[in-house]
Design a protein around this ligand. Structure first.
Ligand SMILES: NC(=O)c1ccc[n+]([C@@H]2O[C@H](COP(=O)([O-])OP(=O)(O)OC[C@H]3O[C@@H](n4cnc5c(N)ncnc54)[C@H](OP(=O)(O)O)[C@@H]3O)[C@@H](O)[C@H]2O)c1
Length: 286
C-alpha cells in the first residue's frame, strides 16, 4: 500500500488525485490529523486514518501495511513547533513497521549551511533518512509558485512590492510537483537519495514578478528595496509569528545567494512536458 501523509494539505491532496490516475483507490492510504477534511477521498475508496506526527501510536495505526510512504514535510516551524522532532518520530515509526521506501518532500535549498531555515531542516531530515537504514528518496522540490503569490498578494494589490534585495527563483507549481511526485511514487525505477532539482524552467525575481503581475492586472506595480530591519518591523506590525518572520528573512538572504535560482530538465522529463510558467500561473491565480 502507498501511504500519503499531509493529504489534507495543498500538495498532498493533489498527489492523491494524481495517484488515482495510476493505481486503484484500494492501494492508497492517507494519514491526516483530521479525517473529516478528506471525506471525499474516503468516498472514492481511499483508506483514511488519523495520524499526527507528534503521536507515534497514531502513525503506527495509520501507516499499517505501508510499502511506500510519502512523508510530506511538516510546516510546524512556522508556528513555533519542532519539525525535526516530528520527522524523527515519523522515520522511527516507518522503520518499526517495515516501510520499504520513504519519499520525503525536500527542497532545493537543502543544505546544512542554507541561509533559508527550512533548507537546514531538510538537510537534517535527509541525514536522518540516510542513517535510518530504510531506502529513501528526497524529492528536491523547487520553491512553490503559490508561495510567491502568498508572499506578494498584498503587494500586487497595493501596486508595490517592498522587501529586502532578493534574487531569482525557479518557481514551480503544486500541480506539476504533485504530478511528478505521484509518478515517482508508483514507478518501478527508483531514485536513491536526493532527486535532481524539480524546478520550473525560468528564474524570476521580485522585479520580474512585479512586471508580469502588472501586465496581467493592467497596472504599474513597483519594486522597492527596503532594509531587512524595515521588512522585519513591517511583518511584526502585521502580527506575523516570529517563526514565519525568520523564514521570510531567510528567503531573501538565500535568494540573494542564488539558492533558488536552479533550473533543471528533470521535472520536464518526468512530466513529459514543460512545467507551467509563472505567467500562466499568475494569470490563473491573480
Ligand atoms: N517547496 C516549497 O517552496 C515549500 C513552500 C512552503 C512549504 N513547503 C513544505 O511543503 C509542505 C507541504 O506543502 P503544502 O502546500 O501542502 O502545505 P499545507 O497545505 O500547509 O499542508 C501541510 C499538511 O501538513 C499536515 N500537518 C501539519 N502538521 C501535522 C502533524 N503534526 N501531523 C501530521 N500532519 C500534519 C497538515 O494537516 P492539517 O490539515 O491537519 O493542518 C497538512 O495536511 C509544507 O508542510 C512545508 O513543509 C515547501
Amino acid at each position: 500500500m502507498l501511504i500519503v501523509t499531509g493529504a489534507s494539505g495543498k500538495l498532498g491532496r493533489k498527489v492523491v488525485e494524481n495517484l488515482l490516475l495510476h493505481v486503484s483507490a484500494g492501494d492508497i492510504g492517507v494519514s491526516v490529523r483530521d479525517p473529516n477534511k478528506v471525506s471525499d477521498m474516503e468516498a472514492r475508496g481511499v483508506r483514511v486514518r488519523q495520524g499526527d506526527f507528534s503521536d507515534a501510536a497514531s502513525l503506527r495505526h495509520a501507516w499499517a501495511g505501508a510499502k511506500r510512504l510519502l512523508l510530506i514535510s511538516s510546516n510546524a516551524a512556522a508556528t513555533g513547533g519542532n519539525p525535526l522532532q516530528q520527522h524523527a518520530t515519523a522515520i522511527s515509526v516507518a522503520r518499526q513497521i517495515g516501510v520499504e521506501r520513504i519519499f520525503y518532500t525536500s527542497q532545493i535549498s537543502s543544505s546544512a549551511t542554507s541561509l533559508f531555515p527550512p533548507g537546514r531542516d531538510h538537510a537534517a531530515t535527509e541525514a536522518m533518512l540516510a542513517e535510518s537504514g530504510i531506502a529513501w528518496t528526497a524529492l528536491r522540490h523547487g520553491f512553490y509558485a503559490a508561495s510567491a503569490l502568498m508572499m506578494n498578494r498584498h503587494g500586487f494589490d497595493a501596486g508595490r512590492l517592498d522587501g529586502p534585495e532578493d534574487g531569482k527563483v525557479a518557481w514551480v507549481t503544486h500541480d506539476d510537483l504533485a504530478a511528478a511526485d505521484a509518478k515517482l511514487l508508483v514507478g518501478s525505477k527508483v531514485i536513491d537519495g536526493p532527486t535532481a532539482p524539480l524546478t520550473g524552467s525560468e528564474c524570476l525575481g521580485l522585479a520580474d514578478l512585479a512586471h508580469v503581475a502588472g501586465e496581467i492586472l493592467g497596472k504599474t506595480i513597483s519594486r522597492t528595496v527596503i532594509s531587512e530591519e524595515s521588512a522585519k518591523a513591517n511583518a511584526q506590525a502585521a502580527g506575523i509569528p516570529e517563526g514565519s518572520v525568520a523564514v521570510m528573512l531567510g528567503y531573501y538572504r538565500a535568494a540573494r545567494a542564488g539558492e533558488f535560482a536552479v533550473t533543471d530538465p528533470a521535472l520536464s522529463r518526468i512530466l513529459g512536458r514543460a512545467p507551467q510558467c509563472m505567467r500562466t500561473f499568475l494569470r490563473s491565480n491573480l
